[in-house]
Structure formats: structure tokens, C-alpha cells
Design a protein. Structure first.
Length: 610
């Protein structure tokens, strides 16, 4: 395979070029990735390098660009970054003196890279606002952009864009548009091998003790596979641990533990439902690696956690034992375990939990089934949902010493034109302020909504709302009366919340009036400026008054209508219109989480002026 690879990418010449790059720029390993990057840049193809923190995305990108002797103009992804910063801006004093002339224009990194035939290196592209990302499209497609008041800027030969991005599960990232991704060639970087990571730590720390290096690298690699860790540490953590351990004057277990307690907490992220503290998780990892160090001579491969005797249907492994054999025997007529892949068993239990409750009489086994279902729902929904950014509002205000923000040049110049003297308040500051959003999720649990999928959809909504950290949310289920499962200003353990929602049963009449009253009451409990209601129903109300008047009292109301033979389309549309929102039709409960997620995500993609 290696021989075939090198032939594909230019044979011995590429091999030699890769060796030169490794030597000149201190790159450890990454032979294939360097060869691919070279092939892309030589063909003037735009390159996207994707991988978790600390795998060398920036090192590979800048090393290849520098080897090709291209000027590199770096931009670091930030949700506050503006299109003006990327393309360029006008110097206010020169504009006031000479007007909008070319000499008053200060080119941004994109414009500089284009006019010099260089490389625009965008670090963490998927942290950029969508509007800034879209500025890149004409530059990539047509090799030109249009700058207001300047005109067309064309790219010289050699211009390319190299971008990096973290995987979607990282906080603050967003999905690149299909149009933008279509213009990139992709190189995916995984974590380096254990031997490469040891070499990297040795190179950057100067530590030559092989036993210490291997031990700290194994500890760090173990964080990437631990069941309670969403995001493990990079090789930087191993560097820090090695240096801290050495500087403590000892390499015994206590010194390694102290170093781990300092280096790892800021570099790993626990799963939302983890009950232990970060230090307890680290202690587990230290115990495991210490045992391996003392008892086993076989190298431990991070990325291949032991699976013998474990249940993989949920993020927290659950041991298979005699308990489950009796449980599976009881539910054979609900679904055949033998026909379901091991990793899907947890989800199968979650989907069939309603029927399992009716079939299984053993309380102990029911608790086990519920625990498995809860973990499977959390895992599946978090895995399926894309990321969302916190919604922001653009605030423009006159300069004052206590105000933060960047100067909005266009607005400031407009304020100053025609004046002989300028005041400080003629400078207009622009800043993006985070919006706080409160939401009342009202879920119809009346008899007309019968079906075992109601509980699953309701529980999934709980995970969805929990994921949106900027959302103060209440969850209300209703039939004859409304029941608040979670208040908008209440903090609630995710597993406890999902367990409550999983027990939701369809029964009784439908009282939309009571649901909307409860939703308004919950929104009034919080001080968020932006408040929305989400009503999930078929619209077939059988008790209470006409809900239209209450719908009109919502600042914004989304209605998700379950399509059925008895659904009231006209009423659902009227409630959404009166609530200044939108109505969505779904044919199945399975569609609800995604529809709601898209609706809520649309709020975060709109940066409204204020």
C-alpha cells in the first residue's frame, strides 16, 4: 500500500520533498498528509485540513506553504470576525481628507493574499460567522472579489486558501455551507500514533527518559477513550505533564498525579451526564495506566478500548451479565436481540421502552432498561444534532471610555463628514452581544397523540434543549391539564429529566388553552429579552377555550403540527400566525427533534441590530 501511495503522489521526488519539510520545519511523522498537501498546493487547489485540537493541522499547513515559498497571511477564526477585517477597510483620516480613494484603503489578509499570489491561512474556519465565510466563495471560484468603493480585486497566480477546522462536536464550531465545502479538497488528521506522540513530546521538552515519556503519553491517550470523556486531551497535555513531573524533582506516582491534575482538567471535556468530577475521572485513568505499567508488557493502543463484557449501546458502558439474559428473554416478542447489532441494542430498548414497561414486571429489570434507554437517547441525539452558535445582536453606539467594541468605520465617517471638529462620540462602536433566549416547549400528551414514539420524541427534545446552552427552557406536557416537567429558571440533571420525559404517556383530553397559559407563565419567570413558545400538537383541542387569543400573546410562537386524519391545520396555522412565528408539519414523531432544532438554530444565525 505504501508503494502504491507514493507512486500516486509523485514517487521518490515527493518522498524527498516530504523529508525536507520534516527536517526544515520539525514535523514528526505525517508523511502521507504532507504529500497530499503538497499535491493540492502545487495544483493550486484550496485545502481544508480537519482534525481535533493538537494533531498538527497548523503545522502541516504552514510547513507546506513555507516550503512552497508562498507568503502566508494568517486569520484566526472567531465569531466576532467581520467581513471588513477580511477584505480591508478605509483609513478614516485619509477618507475625511481625500474621500474614498484607493490610497485610503488598507487591504485585509484576503486582499493581500490575492494581490501577492500568496496563501490565506484561515485557522479554525468553522468558528467564523457565515457571512465572513461567504466572502471566500468568489475568491475561490472566480479568483476575484469586489470591494465596495474600490472595485474588483483579482488574484495573482499562486493564490490559494488553506483552512483548518475542528470536528463538529467541538464547542463553538458550526457546519460549513455545502457551497463552501464543495470548493475545498479535504485532508482529515487523526491523532498520531503512540510512537509519534512520544517523539513529539521528546522533541518539544528535551526529556530523554523513555519510561516517563511513554507513561504520560499513555495517560493522555487514555483520556480519548474514557467513557465519561467527550473530548480527550491532545499531545500538548503530555508535554505539560512530562515537564511538570520532571520539575517536581521526582517521577513517582504522586508526582505524575500532581502533574495530571494540573495539565488535564483544562484540556478534557466531560460528557454532560457524567456524575463524577474531572479529578475522579483522571484518577481512574491514572489507576488504569499505572496498573498497565506495572503488570503488562504489552503496549496499550489508545483508540481500542477493551470491549469484552461491556455493553456498547450507550456512552457509559453497562456490563452484560445474568441480569440481562432474563431481561432479553422477557422481551423476545418485542424485538429479537440476536438480529440487532450490539451497538444498536441500547437504541432498540429506548424505541421500545413503552412496550417493555407493559411486558416486564420485574422492577429491577425495568430500572435497568430505563437506565440503558436514557443513556442511549442522550448518546444518539447528541450524535445526530449539528452544532449551533449562540445568537447575537449587533449593537452600535457612540464611543465612551467604558464601552467595548470595534470602530464601525462607515458609520463613524458618516458622522464626521462635513464637520470642522470631531468629538469622541462621533466614533461609532460596533459590538456583538450574546442574546439570551427563553423557550417554553409545550408537548401534547393527550389520547389523540397515542403511540409509543411520543415518549421517545419528548425525551429527545429534552436532550436537544439541554444542548442549546444559551437557552433557558421550560418543558410542559399537557392533556386535560398542563404539567411543568422543568421550569425555565430551573437547573435539572439531564438523566433525571430524560427519565421523567421517557415516562410520558398519552392519555386524557386536549387543553391547548392550559398549555399556552403555562408556557406564558414560564416565560415570565425569566428576564431574557428574546422569548419563544414551541407548541407540539395535532391541534385537536377537546376541552378549554379557543387558544387563538393566548397564542397572540406570545412574542414568537412556533407550532409543530403532527399530521393525522384529525389534525386541525387551520387552527395550527392561525396560532403560529397570531404568535408571529411559523408552523411546521411533521408526519412522524421522529421528525420533531430535527425540525425544532432547525427552528431554534435559525434564531442563532440571525444577527439582529439593536
Amino acid at each position: 500500500m505504501e508503494t502504491v501511495f507514493w507512486k500516486l503522489f509523485g514517487g521518490e521526488r515527493v518522498t524527498e520533498e516530504v523529508r525536507i519539510i520534516q527536517s526544515q520545519f520539525g514535523v514528526v511523522g505525517r508523511e502521507k498528509e504532507l504529500a497530499k498537501a503538497l499535491a493540492a498546493i502545487k495544483a493550486n487547489k484550496h485545502l481544508l485540513i480537519e482534525g481535533p485540537v493538537g494533531v498538527g493541522k497548523t503545522v502541516v499547513a504552514t510547513a507546506v506553504a513555507s516550503y512552497m515559498k508562498r507568503s502566508v497571511f494568517r486569520v484566526d477564526g472567531d465569531e466576532r470576525y467581520t467581513e471588513q477585517k477580511l477584505t480591508g477597510w478605509f483609513d478614516p483620516p485619509l477618507v475625511l481628507k481625500n474621500g474614498y480613494v484607493k490610497e485610503a484603503f488598507i487591504p485585509g489578509p484576503l486582499t493581500q493574499a490575492m494581490t501577492e499570489g500568496g496563501v490565506l491561512f484561515v485557522n479554525e474556519l468553522n468558528r467564523m460567522p457565515e457571512g465572513v465565510q461567504n466572502v471566500l466563495l468568489p475568491a475561490m471560484d472566480e479568483k476575484k472579489i469586489t470591494v465596495p468603493k474600490i472595485g474588483e480585486v483579482k488574484a495573482e497566480k499562486g493564490f490559494v486558501i488553506i483552512a483548518t477546522q475542528n470536528p463538529l462536536e467541538f464547542i463553538g464550531t458550526s457546519l460549513l455551507s455545502e457551497a463552501l465545502r464543495d470548493r475545498f479538497e479535504l485532508i482529515a488528521l487523526e491523532y498520531q500514533s503512540e510512537e509519534d506522540e512520544i517523539a513529539i513530546v521528546q522533541k518539544h521538552t528535551g526529556i530523554a527518559n523513555p519510561s516517563l515519556l511513554r507513561h504520560v503519553v499513555r495517560i493522555v491517550r487514555e483520556t480519548r477513550t474514557h467513557q465519561d470523556v467527550r473530548r480527550g486531551a491532545s499531545v500538548r497535555a503530555a508535554m505539560s505533564m512530562a515537564v511538570l513531573t520532571r520539575n517536581m524533582g521526582s517521577q513517582n506516582r504522586d508526582a505524575v498525579k500532581d502533574a495530571a491534575y494540573m495539565a488535564l482538567p483544562t484540556r478534557i471535556e466531560l460528557r454532560d451526564y457524567t456524575k463524577g468530577t474531572v479529578y475522579q475521572v483522571i484518577e481512574e485513568i491514572l489507576d488504569k495506566c499505572s496498573a498497565e505499567k506495572g503488570e503488562s508488557t504489552q503496549p496499550h493502543e489508545a483508540g481500542n478500548p477493551k470491549s469484552s463484557g461491556q455493553f456498547d449501546g450507550a456512552p457509559n458502558s453497562i456490563a452484560f451479565g445474568d441480569d440481562l439474559s432474563g431481561f432479553f428473554a422477557d422481551i423476545q416478542d418485542i424485538f429479537d436481540v440476536r438480529c440487532i447489532p450490539k451497538e444498536e441494542i441500547g437504541w432498540a430498548i429506548a424505541k421500545n421502552y413503552y412496550n417493555i414497561q407493559r411486558k416486564v414486571k420485574d422492577i429491577r429489570l425495568l430500572k435497568l432498561a430505563k437506565s440503558i434507554a436514557i443513556k442511549a437517547i442522550i448518546h444518539r441525539i447528541l450524535q445526530c444534532l449539528g452544532p449551533t452558535k449562540r445568537p447575537t445582536a449587533i449593537l452600535r453606539e457612540p464611543y465612551a471610555p467604558d464601552k467595548d467594541g470595534e470602530i464601525d468605520l462607515e458609520s463613524s465617517i458618516e458622522q464626521m463628514l462635513g464637520k470642522k471638529e470631531y468629538l469622541a462620540e462621533d466614533l461609532i462602536l460596533e459590538s456583538a452581544r450574546a442574546k439570551r433566549v427563553a423557550a417554553a416547549l409545550m408537548i401534547d400528551a393527550s389520547t389523540s397523540m397515542t403511540g409509543d414514539k411520543l415518549a421517545l420524541a419528548t425525551a429527545s427534545l429534552g436532550v436537544l434543549a439541554y444542548k442549546l446552552k444559551w437557552l433557558d427552557y421550560a418543558i410542559i406536557t399537557f392533556n386535560d391539564n398542563a404539567r411543568v416537567v422543568k421550569h425555565a429558571d430551573e437547573k435539572m440533571n439531564l438523566e433525571l429529566l430524560i427519565g421523567e420525559l421517557l415516562d410520558t404517556r398519552a392519555m386524557g383530553f386536549t387543553n391547548l388553552e392550559e398549555a399556552l397559559k403555562a408556557g406564558l407563565s414560564e416565560l415570565n419567570r425569566v428576564k431574557a429579552k428574546n422569548k419563544i413558545g414551541v407548541l407540539i400538537t395535532d391541534g385537536h383541542f377537546t376541552v378549554g377555550c379557543d387558544p387563538r387569543e393566548l397564542a397572540g400573546q406570545y412574542p414568537k410562537l412556533f407550532v409543530i403540527m403532527i399530521e393525522d386524519y384529525d389534525s386541525r391545520l387551520a387552527l395550527c396555522e392561525a396560532m403560529a400566525n397570531l404568535g408571529k412565528g411559523k408552523m411546521y408539519k411533521v408526519a412522524d414523531f421522529d421528525e420533531i427533534p430535527k425540525v425544532l432544532f432547525d427552528a431554534l438554530r435559525s434564531l442563532s444565525s440571525k444577527r439582529s441590530p439593536s
